[in-house]
Design a protein around this ligand. Structure first.
Ligand SMILES: CC(C)(COP(=O)(O)OP(=O)(O)OC[C@H]1O[C@@H](n2cnc3c(N)ncnc32)[C@H](O)[C@@H]1OP(=O)(O)O)[C@@H](O)C(=O)NCCC(=O)NCCS
Length: 146
């Protein structure tokens, strides 16, 4: 099992992994998103591969901020359901932490939905602690007003 950078060829695997998180972008949309992520500065996207099969992925980025030191945000982490509890998630997070150290970040932060109790147990187990609970808000933008 090894961790390697996400590649454009991973589109099909990413579709499957995102479905496990409850997201179902079509392949055209996801192709564009992968392109954006691969081109973005200070963005980390990696997959776990076992015997030529992608079994997990992680996506993180650096967030500069005014009120806080530079932190790395974990945007998504998922391991295929039948491959869980085999230390793959831990390895993906270790590779993210190594990348974060390399770019000079001093902290990793992430949001996890309150109903993802498995994820909470996992993060606590690998050394994360609960900072806060918060409302997560959004507003759709009318692109015709650009
Ligand atoms: C969360 C997730 C990534 C964990 O990946 P994983 O490969 O199964 O986890 P690991 O095998 O690396 O576990 C690392 C440690 O956490 C523990 N752990 C993992 N899942 C756990 C759970 N549900 N309850 C208790 N402990 C757990 C493991 O026992 C292991 O402990 P150890 O080092 O003492 O043996 C995986 O369950 C997943 O993809 N879940 C669905 C998606 C999700 O919730 N993603 C996070 C969204 S923010």
């Amino acid at each position: 099992m090894h961790i390697r950078p996400l590649d454009r060829q991973d589109l099909g695997s990413v579709i499957e992994l995102l479905a496990e998180l409850g997201y179902n972008p079509d392949s055209g949309e996801l192709r564009d998103r992968i392109e954006c992520v691969l081109k973005a500065d200070k963005h980390f996207a990696a997959v776990a591969e076992q015997d030529g099969r992608v079994v997990g992925m992680v996506n993180a980025y650096e967030r500069p901020a005014l009120e806080k030191p530079r932190a790395v945000i974990v945007q998504s982490l998922v391991v295929k359901s039948k491959d869980r509890r085999a230390r793959i998630g831990k390895l993906l997070m270790a590779s993210t932490e190594a990348w974060a150290r390399r770019i000079g970040a001093t902290q990793i932060v992430l949001h996890t939905q309150i109903d993802r109790q498995d994820a909470k147990a996992f993060y606590l187990r690998i050394g994360y602690h609960l900072l806060a609970t918060s409302h997560f808000m959004s507003k759709g933008l009318d692109t015709a007003q650009r």
